[in-house]
Design a protein around this ligand. Structure first.
Ligand SMILES: [Zn+2]
Length: 265
């Protein structure tokens, strides 16, 4: 059996392990940042929706006040005309027009009241939210209960946290970029070498690592595969000690003597 081929693969695993350990310095920061960004989008949308609703109400109110003013002016005009009416028929016709404008005003006022009530209702719901916050009953707070100022504060806090985490991650990435790039070059060279010498071993390695598993080549530890702790049959120990490899029957990993990893370093 040609043991130099397995040595080449152990070296590759050693290099990949080094990259893994550098990447693990990022301590889950990319995932944390992603979660924070999602919360940020959610909170921003809530704030935007509220602003849009408030703007809409403001616009509606302005236009209703305008309608009321116009109606009032028309009524004044009609009343003036009534003083000059030449007969009852003319007078009654103007009365009808005044009546119509008064109805328009009443209608607009009802709509204004509806808006005022909606605003008040929203404020009361937020007050309830405020109370729940004071009582620490956060899980009972619905989206609309969240007070405006708390929502703004939440947005600011999330931004700050996300920025801090991004800065921390950038620092780590910059710090380690040189090492990672150097290792990646070594990995490529090693893979090229193995693909010429032992393509099937490389395929086996890649196949094992195609899922979440990172350690395709592992050490024999206390006569067991250190990947899954399954005992390695005694009759295979000699071959492993001599520098060969064993395919774990349980997890499929490539088991070698720890000496090979020491040699790879
Ligand atoms: Zn195993």
């Amino acid at each position: 059996m040609d043991h130099t081929k397995i040595n080449l693969l152990v070296k590759l695993q050693h290099l990949d392990n080094q990259i893994e350990s550098i990447v693990s310095l990022q301590k889950g920061l990319p995932e944390e940042i992603e979660a924070l960004d999602e919360d940020l989008v959610f909170t921003s949308r809530q704030i935007e929706a509220r602003k849009k609703r408030a703007d809409e109400q403001l616009k509606q109110r302005a236009s209703l006040h305008e309608i009321i003013n116009e109606c009032k002016n028309k009524i004044l005009n009609f009343k003036e005309k009534q003083t000059l009416a030449r007969n009852n028929k003319e007078y009654d016709a103007l009365s009808k027009q005044i009546e119509y404008e008064e109805k328009e005003i009443a209608l607009a006022e009802i709509k204004l009241q509806d808006i005022a009530q909606a605003v008040q209702r929203a404020q009361e719901i937020q007050k309830k939210g405020q109370q729940l916050i004071v009582e620490n009953r956060y899980d009972e707070i619905s989206e609309e209960m969240m007070p405006d100022d708390v929502l703004q504060q939440q947005l600011a806090d999330l931004k700050k946290q996300a920025d801090q985490k991004k800065e921390e991650l950038d620092g780590i990435v910059i710090e380690t970029a040189e090492d990672v790039n150097a290792l990646k070059k070594q990995v490529k060279a090693q893979r090229d070498l193995i693909s010429r010498e032992a393509q099937r071993l490389l395929d086996k390695y890649d196949h094992l690592r195609s899922g979440t598993l990172r350690n395709a080549v592992v050490k024999l530890n206390r006569n067991a595969c250190s990947g899954c702790n399954t005992r390695v049959p005694t009759n295979r120990h000699t071959m492993i000690v001599q520098g060969g490899f064993y395919l774990c029957e349980s997890c499929g990993r490539i088991v070698v003597h720890e000496r090979l990893f020491e040699e790879a370093e």
